[in-house]
Write a protein that binds this ligand. Structure first.
Ligand code: GLY
Length: 328
C-alpha cells in the first residue's frame, strides 16, 4: 500500500504489469454483430500483409459502409424522421490520436473522413455542414445515401411516426425481409484491430437511431462512449441505444476496468450493470452491447439482451460468437 492509499485519499492506481507480454498476440480483429465477419475479413487483408491496425480499422469499416443492404451504417442507412440520412463515425489509434464526424450527410465512407479529421486538422470533431465541407475539400464524393429501400421503410414509418427504439432480439440484417425500422434500428459497426506489432486501433460507424430527431447524435462518434483505445490496456466499443452508453461513458469505463484487472467480458458486464443500475426500467426494453479486447489478445463482450453477436478473426479463427447477456 502506498502513502496515498494509506491516507485514504485516493484509491490505488492499479498496476498494468498483468497485461504486459513479451510477444504481441496479434494480429487479430474483432467487431460487432454478424456483419462484423465481412468487416473482419477486409481488415485481415491489411493485417495479414503486415499493415497497421489503423488501416485495418478503416478498410474493415469501409466495406460495411458501402453495403446498401445494411440499413444501420453508411449508404442505405435509415434516415432521421425528416428523411435525411445522417452518419456518425469515430476512429482512434494506438497513440490516442482520434477523429470524429457527427451528422455527416451525403458521404459514404465517414470513418475515412473521421480519420482525415484526426490526421489533417488540429481538431477531434467536425459536425454537420462543416464536416461535409471538409470531406468535399478532402476529395470525398457527394452521393445520395437514401436508397429506395430505406426511403420506402421511412415512408412506411411516417404513417404512424411512432418513435420507439427496439431491442435487437435477433440479428435481422442479412435476412431476406428485415422489418423496416424493426429490431435492427440501432446497430453500429464497432471494430477493434491489433496488428503484428501489438498496436491497437478502433473505429465506429453508424447511421444512428432510425427516425431519430434531426440533429440527434448517439454514442458512436463520441470518443469514450462508443469507442475508446488505450494501447497500454486495450480497447472497447459499443452498440445499441447510444444515450445510455453516453451516460456511463461506456467504452472508456470498460477500458479502465480492464486496467484494473477485469477480463474483457467482465469489464463489459460491469458497464452493462451500470446501465441496469442507472436505468432499471428502461434497460429492460432496450439493447446495449459492449465488446472489448485487451493487450494480451483476450476478448469478450456483454449485452443487456439476447441477440447481440460479435465476430472474431485471428490467424486460426474466423467466427461469430453470440454475446452473453443480462436479461434472461
Ligand atoms: N449506437 C448507435 C447510436 O445510438 O446512434
Amino acid at each position: 500500500m502506498n502513502r496515498r492509499n494509506f491516507l485514504g485519499i485516493l484509491p490505488a492506481i492499479p498496476s498494468i504489469n498483468h497485461l504486459e507480454f513479451a510477444k504481441p498476440p496479434g494480429p487479430m480483429v474483432i467487431s460487432t454483430w454478424d456483419f462484423g465477419k465481412v468487416a473482419n475479413n477486409q481488415s485481415w487483408k491489411v493485417l495479414s500483409a503486415g499493415g497497421s491496425s489503423l488501416d485495418a480499422v478503416e478498410k474493415g469499416i469501409n466495406i460495411i459502409e458501402e453495403d446498401e443492404n445494411n440499413q444501420t451504417v453508411g449508404i442505405g442507412g435509415l434516415p432521421d424522421r425528416e428523411g435525411h440520412v445522417t452518419l456518425d463515425a469515430c476512429i482512434m489509434d494506438h497513440e490516442s490520436n482520434c477523429g470524429s464526424v457527427m451528422g455527416l450527410e451525403n458521404i459514404v465512407n465517414v470513418i475515412s473522413v473521421a480519420r482525415k479529421v484526426m490526421e489533417k486538422t488540429p481538431h477531434v470533431i467536425l459536425v454537420g455542414d462543416g464536416a461535409l465541407q471538409f470531406a468535399v475539400d478532402q476529395g470525398f464524393k457527394k452521393v445520395n445515401l437514401l436508397t429506395p429501400k430505406s426511403e420506402k421503410a421511412w415512408r412506411e414509418w411516417l404513417k404512424t411516426s411512432k418513435y420507439e427504439p427496439k431491442m435487437n432480439i435477433e440479428n435481422q440484417l442479412y435476412k431476406k425481409d428485415p422489418m423496416p425500422g424493426g429490431p435492427d434500428n440501432h446497430d453500429t459497426i464497432g471494430l477493434i484491430a491489433m496488428d503484428a506489432k501489438g498496436n491497437i486501433s478502433g473505429g465506429c460507424s453508424t447511421s444512428g437511431m432510425a427516425y431519430k430527431m434531426r440533429g440527434r447524435v448517439g454514442d458512436s462518434p463520441v470518443i469514450g462512449a462508443g469507442l475508446f483505445v488505450d494501447n497500454e490496456v486495450g480497447a472497447a466499443t459499443s452498440t445499441g441505444v447510444g444515450e445510455e452508453v453516453i451516460r456511463c461513458v461506456g467504452s472508456h469505463l470498460v477500458v479502465e476496468l480492464m486496467r484494473q484487472g477485469y477480463t474483457p467480458e467482465d469489464a463489459c458486464k460491469e458497464a452493462v450493470m451500470r446501465i441496469v443500475k442507472k436505468s432499471p426500467a428502461k434497460s429492460k426494453n432496450i439493447q446495449v452491447g459492449f465488446l472489448a479486447l485487451n493487450r494480451k489478445g483476450e476478448y469478450g463482450a456483454y449485452a443487456l439482451q439476447k441477440g447481440f453477436s460479435y465476430a472474431v478473426k485471428t490467424s486460426n479463427a474466423d467466427i461469430v460468437i453470440p454475446g452473453k447477456y443480462y436479461y434472461q
